[in-house]
Design a protein around this ligand. Structure first.
Ligand SMILES: Cc1cc2nc3c(=O)[nH]c(=O)nc-3n(C[C@H](O)[C@H](O)[C@H](O)COP(=O)(O)OP(=O)(O)OC[C@H]3O[C@@H](n4cnc5c(N)ncnc54)[C@H](O)[C@@H]3O)c2cc1C
Length: 180
């Protein structure tokens, strides 16, 4: 594959190498491929990694791996979801008084989001959602007493359905990426 292919093509290529071609390296978390990070410095010059991908360098550094000197094992993981909620220009949803923006909203990026465009999306649509929600709040009568009863009701429904959990949101990153 070309090194500048879209991420879905890259992910599919890695998976294909590990499955169909049987070339993956066995790890305790499944198969993976070597990403030749030292090659980045060989091609683009010393200091490129620190300048271009410092966060990645620091992240691996916490585990004693200098990605400028050693290749790293990689495998695709869940990184983004193309949402599902339909929103209008003002970020309103089909539910009265509920506004949405970001990954939960669908349609903005088509079926394959371009790199970097999620942060653009959350800034543009997040701002719009805030502006329109604040304007709507001014003309919407609030109940006499605000309560969290709806959350308790929802939690009871989850329990009854056997879907209760103490995890507030889905865990996207694997446990080994959360160094204590
Ligand atoms: C590893 C990684 C790297 C990325 N790199 C880039 C990049 O370089 N450029 C780019 O444009 N995009 C990138 N993205 C994508 C981008 O970060 C996300 O699409 C964006 O942050 C989503 O913002 P959001 O506000 O829609 O959702 P989130 O940031 O996921 O916010 C949702 C919030 O809701 C909370 N929540 C969930 N359920 C509940 C609940 N029941 N009750 C209360 N709170 C709840 C969550 O805890 C979370 O704080 C990356 C994503 C990942 C995972």
């Amino acid at each position: 594959m070309h090194p500048l292919e879209t991420r879905d093509v890259t992910a599919a290529s890695i998976i294909r190498e590990c499955t169909e071609r049987g070339k993956g390296v066995e790890t305790n978390l499944g198969k993976a491929l070597w990403l030749d990070t030292p090659m980045i410095e060989l091609i683009h010059g010393e200091g490129t990694i620190e300048k271009r991908i410092p966060a990645m360098m620091r992240m691996f550094g916490k585990y004693g791996i200098d990605i400028r000197k050693e290749p790293i094992l990689v495998y695709p993981t869940l990184h983004y979801q193309n949402g599902g909620l339909e929103i209008s220009d003002d970020c309103a949803t089909g539910v009265e008084n509920l506004y949405a923006a970001g990954e939960v909203a669908g349609g903005i990026h088509g079926r394959n989001r371009l790199m970097g465009n999620s942060l653009l999306d959350v800034i543009v649509f997040g701002r719009n959602a805030g502006i329109y929600a604040a304007a709507k709040a001014k003309e919407t009568a609030s109940p006499e007493k605000l309560t969290l009863a709806h959350i308790e009701k929802f939690n009871k429904e989850l329990e009854a359905a056997g879907a209760a959990s103490d995890v507030a949101s889905p865990m996207l990153l694997p446990h080994y990426s959360r160094k204590k």
